[in-house]
Design a protein around this ligand. Structure first.
Ligand code: UGA
Length: 437
């Protein structure tokens, strides 16, 4: 099939690359000329495991092309997938301006009976809005399909190729069947719904997962207070199939470009319709507090943070990505800087993106060793495998004081007990102090 994908962010690019990989002819469109030039050379503008090899392979084969021209991209497309960003607006609602612009841009260029697919995360009713915008700009008949995306950053290709499910929301059954056919080579479960249900499935899924994280984080805080161990508790809970093991990792809260904004957007939608979804307010409040957890613990332990060297290991909102959006590291770095601590951070890939946000309020190390050298405390902020493999007895020897606040529970008790001198503060587990008065 001939497919155009509008927007080459995480969702658009991963979708375009995967659709070309399963045999379709894909034209990716983006207004960012620099990005398109890179993509044409087979270079991915984002760090995403497995993306660049599929990108260059299909690009070289001619089945995956890139353009800044809507005219060139849309004119032959049977299916146009809109995957532009829907960032958070000032009032917590989703900002639909990119989407509205995209609808206007493609309207005059649509082929007869083209199918416009909305993959961007959009509040319930947005497909209807886009339909009316396009209809007011063209007389060419077209169909609308809602097809929300569930891929995660860091595993975008795997999540797309082996999706748990694909949701197709449509009023027109022929259009729905065509999109089903487009995905057939993936051989994954496909669920057909109406448009509004499809839109709601996306928000309800993200809000549920965010709530699961806030729930387990609050249980972790309680575990600390009562002397229980969150790893065992989550394991025991997760074995119940009704609960499930996924997304029960306690830590310093969720970040990223999706959960924070989508929970707020769903709360906003609920408010507009007179539904008091107070559970989501708690999900947000717990997450805000959890992102400050390491700072709060360090202030209690170190008392005065002024002039203390804090080594921050990890900046990105999760491992395997250089994305800094809503990363807990931002909040932590700002709180530490306010207290005049000296923050030296190391991240395997997110340094440049972090610098754009935090500037020179913190220092950026080139290695773990450089960050931890003479540090008064280490904060483990992102669970990169590089950090999980660290030998803590070596790390602590380089520090001024061997104090570790582990926000992602990267180490087990045996690894800590192998150190001759350490103060180790995990999340939701008993702290361990060895070799110190
Ligand atoms: C999330 C969803 O998982 C995807 O299904 C969805 O498609 C995507 O949002 C989106 O709407 O585009 P993503 O933001 O890439 O994906 O990352 P996740 O792996 O879900 O992690 C989100 C945050 O939750 C991270 O900060 C992570 O550290 C945190 N997390 C996750 C936990 O604290 N504990 C867990 O057990 C799992």
């Amino acid at each position: 099939m001939k497919i155009a994908v509008l927007g080459t962010g995480y969702v658009g690019l991963s979708t375009g690359v995967c659709l070309s990989e399963i045999g379709h002819h894909v034209m990716c469109i983006d207004i960012d000329e620099q990005k398109i030039n890179k993509l044409r050379q087979g270079i991915s503008p984002i760090y995403e495991p497995g993306l660049e090899s599929l990108l260059s392979k299909n690009n070289a084969a001619g089945t995956l092309q890139f353009t800044t021209s809507h005219q060139e991209g849309i004119k032959n497309a049977e299916i146009i997938i809109i995957a532009v960003g829907t960032p958070q607006g000032d009032d917590g609602s989703a900002d639909l301006s990119f989407l509205v612009q995209a609808a206007k841009d493609i309207s005059p260029l649509l082929k007869h009976d083209a199918i416009v697919v909305i993959k961007s995360t959009v509040p319930v009713g947005t497909n209807d809005l886009v339909k009316s915008i396009i209809s007011s700009h063209t007389n060419t008949p077209f169909k609308m399909v809602s097809n929300p995306e569930f891929l995660r950053q860091g595993s975008a290709i795997k999540d797309t190729m082996k999706a748990d499910r694909i949701i197709i929301g449509a009023e027109d059954s022929a259009a729905a069947l065509k999109i089903k056919e487009m995905y057939r080579p993936l051989n994954v479960p496909i669920l057909m719904t109406n448009v509004r249900s499809a839109e709601m499935i996306k928000y309800a899924s993200n809000a549920f997962l965010a709530t699961k994280i806030s729930f387990i984080n609050e249980v972790a805080n309680l575990c600390e207070a009562v002397g229980a161990n969150i790893i065992d508790v989550a394991n025991g809970m997760g074995k119940d199939k009704r609960i499930g093991e996924a997304f029960l990792q306690a830590g310093i809260g969720y970040g990223g470009s999706c959960f924070p904004k989508d929970v707020k957007a769903l709360l906003h939608t609920a408010g507009l319709h007179g539904v008091n979804f107070s559970l989501l307010k708690e999900t947000i409040a717990i997450n805000d507090a959890q992102q400050k957890l390491l700072f709060t613990k360090a202030r209690i332990r170190l008392n005065q943070l002024k002039d203390k060297k804090i080594a921050m290991l990890g900046l990105s909102f999760k491992p395997e990505t250089d994305d800094m959006r809503e990363a807990p590291s931002i909040k932590i770095a700002r709180l530490l800087s306010q207290e005049k601590a000296k923050v030296v951070a190391y991240d395997p890939v997110a340094k440049e993106n972090a610098r754009r946000i935090l500037g020179d309020t913190i220092e950026y190390a080139r290695s773990v060793d450089e960050a931890v050298e003479n540090a008064d405390a280490v904060f483990i902020v992102t669970e990169w495998s590089e950090f999980k493999q660290l030998d803590l007895s070596e790390v602590t020897k380089q520090m001024k004081q061997p104090i570790i606040f582990d926000g992602r529970n990267c180490f087990n008790e045996d690894q800590i007990r192998a150190c001759s001198k350490i103060e180790y503060y995990p999340v939701g587990k008993p702290s361990i102090v060895i070799g110190l008065e």
